[in-house]
Ligand binder design. Structure first.
Ligand code: NAD
Ligand code: ADE
Length: 428
């Protein structure tokens, strides 16, 4: 029999539960799906391995899946991003949960293995992933289960890179839904979520004044755009680094300075990496930075700031659990947040509930699609009409009313007045 939970402190369950109750009120999309699909138990028979930052918002997601009839086993997609009261509340409610803040690499992998392990007779048959670790570990360690998975829903840009790679090499024989590319995911969570939670992480770790500083944002995708916007709103002067000429031009049109990282290090006081790519801030950059520059990463994995170099070559003084003062071999000092891990979840509480409701409503819809319909192997998007449904079920909470197209107007622009209002390829 598989272990049923491992969390930091089950005594935190009551606090977690009260916080979940408040979050439900801010997650109208998930509550709407409980109403819509709860009675029919649409996910009955689904045994979903969920690998997601185990936060209060994820707790509301998981309890929505179980309200729809699914069984869930849960682990975190990042060793530092769990909230222990959320994990405790889920474990106390009988949901097999394997997650705590501060897992070692070995424990992190063990937790993922536990999430996979539904037992021999009724194995995991669905995957909900954030970053591709559960998918990758299942594929490598459990070929018996891998062959029978009915579908994968993937949350984030980094996981999509991995799925696309598997698909191109012919190894993805399973249908997957790219949740990140729903407009109501990437244009909301990545943008507006990071716009609130980046600065939250920086402030909790450092208490630094942002106004007047030069802030360097590496990567001007959806996450970088949100980060740059909030830093500017606080009064920082922004420099963007990019490799994509279109994104670089967008940053310039926003009024940001755009240059290379080699140049930006001479000016920056605060550095934020948001690329999903490796080696963005390297030894050479570190040695040439202004003294006491603050460095953090908001991309999914800790591969953007070279923490390994820092760990092996610097004198490190821990200021608090999320802030290290690092003296480089040339005497220069820099401040690194969250050891280069995802700063909004490591140093703060991640995105607020409302924006996670838009993301997670897409996640649940993706599971319902994959479980109830037959998709071909490969990476798919949710139909645009469902993207609009996600937006629609969040409007009332904000007191928003919509105009409706008259039949003449609909005919004039040649669309069905019942939607979708935009074609699938349209990006906002
Ligand atoms: P994106 O693809 O929209 O943007 C990434 C940008 O980085 C692109 O414009 C790309 O051209 C640029 N880039 C790539 N390599 C670069 C390099 N070497 N130098 C400079 N720029 C480079 O992706 P996104 O949705 O913005 O996500 C970025 C990362 O953040 C991913 O790892 C994603 O998984 C993660 N993410 C984190 C959170 C969070 O809450 N912390 C939320 C959403 C996404
Ligand atoms: N990613 C960013 N914020 C998050 C949150 N609050 N919960 C789960 N995943 C997240």
């Amino acid at each position: 029999m598989a272990v049923q939970h491992k969390v930091s402190d089950i005594g935190l369950a009551e606090w977690g539960r009260k916080t979940i109750d408040i979050a439900e009120n801010e997650m109208p999309g998930l509550m709407y799906l409980r109403e819509k699909y709860g009675a029919s138990q649409t996910l009955s028979g689904a045994r979903i391995g969920v690998c997601m930052s185990v936060t209060i918002q994820t707790a509301v997601l998981v309890e929505t899946l179980t309200a729809l009839g699914a069984r869930v086993r849960l682990c975190s997609c990042n060793p530092m991003s769990s909230q222990d009261h959320a994990a405790a509340a889920l474990a106390a409610a009988g949901i097999p949960t394997f997650a705590w803040k501060g897992e070692t690499e070995e424990e992190f992998r063990w937790c993922i293995t536990q999430a996979i392990n539904f037992g021999e007779e009724n194995p995991m048959n669905m995957i909900m992933d954030d970053g591709g670790e559960l998918t990758g570990i299942t594929m490598i360690t459990r070929p018996d289960i891998w062959a029978e998975i009915k579908g994968i829903s993937e949350e984030t840009a980094t996981g999509i890179h991995r799925l696309d790679k598997l698909n191109r090499s012919g190894e993805l024989h399973i249908p997957a839904i790219n949740v990140n590319y729903s407009v109501t995911k990437s244009k909301f969570d990545n943008l507006y979520g990071c716009r609130e939670s980046l600065v939250d992480g920086i402030k909790r770790a450092t208490d630094i004044m942002i106004a007047g500083k030069v802030a360097v944002v590496a990567g001007f995708g959806d996450v970088g755009k949100g980060c740059a916007q909030s830093l500017r709103a606080f009064g920082a002067r922004i420099i963007v680094t990019e490799v994509d000429p279109i994104a670089a031009l967008q940053a310039a049109m926003e009024g940001y300075k755009v240059t290379t990282m080699a140049e930006a290090v001479k000016e920056g006081h605060i550095f934020v990496t948001a690329t999903g790519c490796i080696n963005i801030i390297t030894e050479e950059h570190l040695l040439n930075m202004k003294p006491m520059a603050i460095l953090c990463n908001i991309g999914h994995f800790d591969v953007e700031v070279d923490w390994k170099y820092i760990k092996n070559n610097c004198d490190i003084i821990q200021i608090n659990s999320n802030c290290d003062l690092c003296q480089l071999p040339n005497g220069n000092k820099v401040v690194v947040l969250g050891k280069g891990r995802i700063v909004n979840l490591t140093c703060a509480q991640g995105h607020p509930s409302f924006v996670m409701s838009t993301s997670f409503t897409n996640q649940v819809l993706a599971q319902v699609e994959l479980w109830t319909k037959t998709y071909s192997p490969g990476v798919h998007l949710l139909p645009r009409i469902q993207d609009e449904e996600v937006a629609r079920c969040h409007l009332e909470k904000l007191g928003i009313s919509l105009d409706t197209l008259s039949s003449e107007q609909a005919a004039y622009i040649n669309i069905d007045p019942n939607g979708p209002y935009k074609p699938d390829y349209y990006r906002y």
